[in-house]
Design a protein. Structure first.
Length: 173
């Protein structure tokens, strides 16, 4: 039985060496040779896949490190837990006051003013429309996931809790 020899021409194709010279590829003549060639090919493919997977993991980790913009903040919070806790508490108080829309004086002023029947009806319609808009916004937020403020609040609270836990462990140990 005659051996078949394939010669491929052109760089980048099977059967061509790196310097552009054609390489002869001999087809296996026995089943054992074919099996050895298959195992050799499997080994090369497996090695290449492992290298690709390792490179992907390195790139993924590098990308995570670049995108983790809160890392310095978490590190700072863990290094000084009590001041961070005070700042978070103060910020919460200020935001709560801002979102509430004023203090007791503003609420008292609203109670003193009597509304006419037409104004009450208009206020009732406005409140119904507002409630509907808020419900739609809440549904959209639930579909999208957590808001940026909620994510930031969660990350900061986790960092504060981690810092307190670390400090408690150091005091106990």
């Amino acid at each position: 039985m005659a051996r078949e020899i394939r010669v491929a021409r052109g760089v980048g194709r099977p059967g061509v060496t790196g310097d552009g010279q054609a390489r002869r590829e001999v087809q296996p003549t026995t089943i054992e040779e074919a099996r050895r060639e298959i195992e050799s090919t499997r080994g090369r493919i497996s090695g290449t896949l492992d290298a690709i997977e390792l490179r992907l993991q390195e790139k993924r980790e590098d990308l995570r490190n670049r995108l983790d913009v809160l890392r310095p903040v978490r590190r700072r919070i863990r290094s000084s837990v009590w001041p961070s806790l005070g700042i978070a508490f103060g910020t919460g108080v200020v935001l709560g006051m801002l979102r509430r829309g004023g203090g007791r004086e503003a609420r008292r002023g609203a109670q003193r003013h009597e509304l006419s029947a037409g104004e009450r009806e208009q206020l009732r319609r406005w409140r119904a429309e507002r409630r509907k808009r808020l419900e739609q916004r809440a549904r959209a937020t639930r579909r999208r996931g957590r808001s940026m403020f909620a994510q930031l609040r969660s990350a900061l609270s986790r960092a504060v809790i981690d810092g307190l836990t670390d400090r408690a462990r150091r005091m106990r140990g």
